[in-house]
Structures are given as structure tokens and as C-alpha cells.
Design a protein around this ligand. Structure first.
Ligand SMILES: NC(=O)c1ccc[n+]([C@@H]2O[C@H](COP(=O)([O-])OP(=O)(O)OC[C@H]3O[C@@H](n4cnc5c(N)ncnc54)[C@H](OP(=O)(O)O)[C@@H]3O)[C@@H](O)[C@H]2O)c1
Length: 287
């Protein structure tokens, strides 16, 4: 019976062994991810950095892709169905002297996400910024939410977010940035928003945990939680909702996709150097 009880000395030895194996092991008592800082030096600004932005054919993702391109990243643009819009984002980036490619990939499909990263790596040699942005918003009270609407939201937002962050964890270069798009609805919790808010709460936890798993490689992982932003995601819910949320926002307007792209750009820049494992709310005061 005493065999299974750890003496203080045994417990101390276990602690020291875990501490020696690195912070990830210490936190979980499990295997740490490989730390490759020596073999894979962090790229410097302007020296061939690349970014993948999921769901960047329109809305916040498109604004983010264009902003990152202006900040010097080669960008892989992604869409689900609107390939013409994705090609247009690439054309706009190239017209401003940037480099970009686009790929169709359903983030809910792990194979498709792997292919998206492979295409980026083949075109640009690696990835330094991943913005897991693709998402959908199906609203409805518990009593009225359909199985299909719920399942598609879980597949896109939760599984898609996980698929993207998993590939990000596997491929991001040292010194990289990983950002996932949560939502201010996690704090607002309005009626009819439970299913969507639940998916977006998961993403905050993913960012917090992944920041710890990639510790020691100067990689920052954060979630950005926008308030109401003027995109198709909101337009589909009607004019009344748009006017209501603009009125409820202390800055008395909807956010623009560029407002969120700017926050993401700061988190990717040296100005965001001490923000890690966090959720940054950007909502004009809508709480
Ligand atoms: N707008 C807001 O008020 C707001 C507020 C808080 C958080 N957010 C979050 O911010 C993110 C972007 O929202 P948005 O307003 O910019 O949305 P949006 O205008 O509706 O654009 C959604 C983008 O995601 C892509 N997409 C959708 N499902 C996909 C899938 N399964 N695989 C790959 N791409 C997919 C779309 O591609 P296609 O063009 O091919 O369909 C499109 O590029 C979302 O995660 C959303 O939840 C938005």
C-alpha cells in the first residue's frame, strides 16, 4: 500500500525531473512539444515572412489579409465557396506590390486544412502568422435551433478552429504569431446567442492553452473578440439587428473589418510583444 504513496523526497524528485524537461511538461506532467529555437531562427521583419488567413475572401479576413500584406507578409488567402472574391483579394494585394495566393479549403475538413498549409509552405517556404478567422453565425434560441444549424456551426467554428490551430502548432516558425477569432458575444450572452457564443468561448481556451504548448519559441497566441462588425455575417440577420447593435455601441457605429485587422496587426507587431494567451476585446465599448 505504501508503494503508491509518494514520500516528500519522491515528489520533489518528480518535480525536478518535470522542471528539467521544460515548462509544458511541468504544467501537464506529459510530453513537451519539441523546442527548436536553435535549429529554426526567428525570421526578421521584411525577410520572407508569410501569413495564412482562413476565411479571407471577404469581411474581417479579407481586411486582415490585405493589412498583413501591407505589413510585408506574403499571404495565403482562403475561402469556402467564393473563389472569385478570394482571387480578387489576391489581385488587390498584388496590385499594391504584395505577394499572395488563394486556396479553397473547408476548415472543417482536416485534410483540406493540411493542404492549405502545404500550399502556403510550397509557395512561401513556411508560415509566421496564422489567423484562424473562418467562422459562421447561426442565431436562434434553444427551442428553435435546428440540428443542422448547430452542427454546421460546431464543424466550422470549433472543429475548423481546432484544425487550423493544430496545423499552426505544427508549422509556425519560431517568432511566429497565432490568432483566433472569438467574439464579444461570449461576454454579452444575448438570448439566441448561446450556440454561437459557446463555439467562440472554446476558441479563447484554445489560444490560452496553445500559448503554453509553444512556450520557449517566442510564439504568441491570442484570441481577438470583436463586437458587431459590418460584414455579411451580421447582414444576414437583418437591418433591425444592425441598427440595434450600432445604437447599443457607445461609439455609435458598427465596427469596420479594418478596425479588427488593425488590432490583429498590432498583436503581430512588436507593439504586442507582451500580450500572450489572452483574449483582446475590440468592440467600441459594446459589452
Ligand atoms: N462580423 C461580426 O460582427 C463578428 C463579430 C465577432 C466575431 N466575428 C468573427 O470573425 C470572423 C470573421 O467574420 P466576418 O464577419 O468577417 O464573416 P463573413 O463576412 O461572413 O466572412 C466569412 C469568411 O469565412 C469564410 N468561411 C466560412 N465558412 C468557411 C469554411 N468552412 N471554410 C473556410 N472558409 C469559410 C467565408 O468564405 P466564402 O466567402 O467562400 O463563404 C468568408 O471568407 C468569424 O470567425 C466570426 O465569427 C465576427
Amino acid at each position: 500500500m505504501t508503494d503508491t504513496i509518494k514520500t516528500p523526497d519522491a515528489a520533489r524528485r518528480t518535480f525536478l525531473a518535470l522542471a528539467a524537461a521544460g515548462p509544458a511538461t511541468l504544467a501537464f506532467g506529459g510530453a513537451a512539444l519539441p523546442q527548436t529555437a536553435e535549429t529554426n531562427p526567428a525570421p526578421r521583419p521584411g525577410t520572407g515572412r508569410a501569413a495564412i488567413v482562413t476565411g479571407s475572401s471577404r469581411g474581417i479576413g479579407a481586411a486582415t489579409a490585405k493589412r498583413l500584406a501591407r505589413d510585408g507578409y506574403a499571404v495565403t488567402v482562403n475561402c469556402l465557396v467564393n473563389t472569385d472574391l478570394a482571387a480578387q483579394v489576391v489581385a488587390e494585394i498584388e496590385a499594391e506590390g504584395g505577394r499572395a495566393i488563394w486556396r479553397q479549403a473547408d476548415v472543417a475538413d482536416p485534410e483540406a486544412v493540411r493542404a492549405l498549409f502545404a500550399a502556403n509552405n510550397e509557395a512561401f517556404g513556411g508560415v509566421d502568422v496564422i489567423v484562424s478567422n473562418a467562422g459562421i453565425f447561426n442565431a436562434g434560441p434553444f427551442a428553435e435551433m435546428t440540428d443542422a444549424a448547430f452542427d454546421r456551426m460546431i464543424a466550422t467554428n470549433v472543429k475548423g478552429g481546432f484544425n487550423t490551430l493544430r496545423e499552426a502548432a505544427r508549422h509556425v516558425r519560431d517568432g511566429g504569431r497565432i490568432i483566433t477569432l472569438s467574439s464579444g458575444i461570449v461576454r454579452q450572452t444575448p438570448p439566441g446567442g448561446a450556440a454561437y457564443a459557446g463555439t467562440k468561448a472554446d476558441l479563447q481556451i484554445y489560444a490560452r492553452v496553445l500559448a503554453k504548448e509553444v512556450a520557449g519559441r517566442d510564439i504568441r497566441v491570442n484570441a481577438v473578440a470583436p463586437g458587431a462588425v459590418d460584414t455579411e455575417l451580421l447582414w444576414q440577420h437583418g437591418e433591425e439587428l444592425l441598427e440595434g447593435v450600432a445604437e447599443a455601441t457607445p461609439l455609435r457605429r458598427l465596427g469596420q473589418p479594418e478596425d479588427i485587422a488593425n488590432v490583429i496587426a498590432v498583436l503581430c507587431s512588436d507593439s504586442g510583444a507582451w500580450v500572450n494567451g489572452e483574449t483582446v476585446y475590440a468592440n467600441g465599448g459594446l459589452n
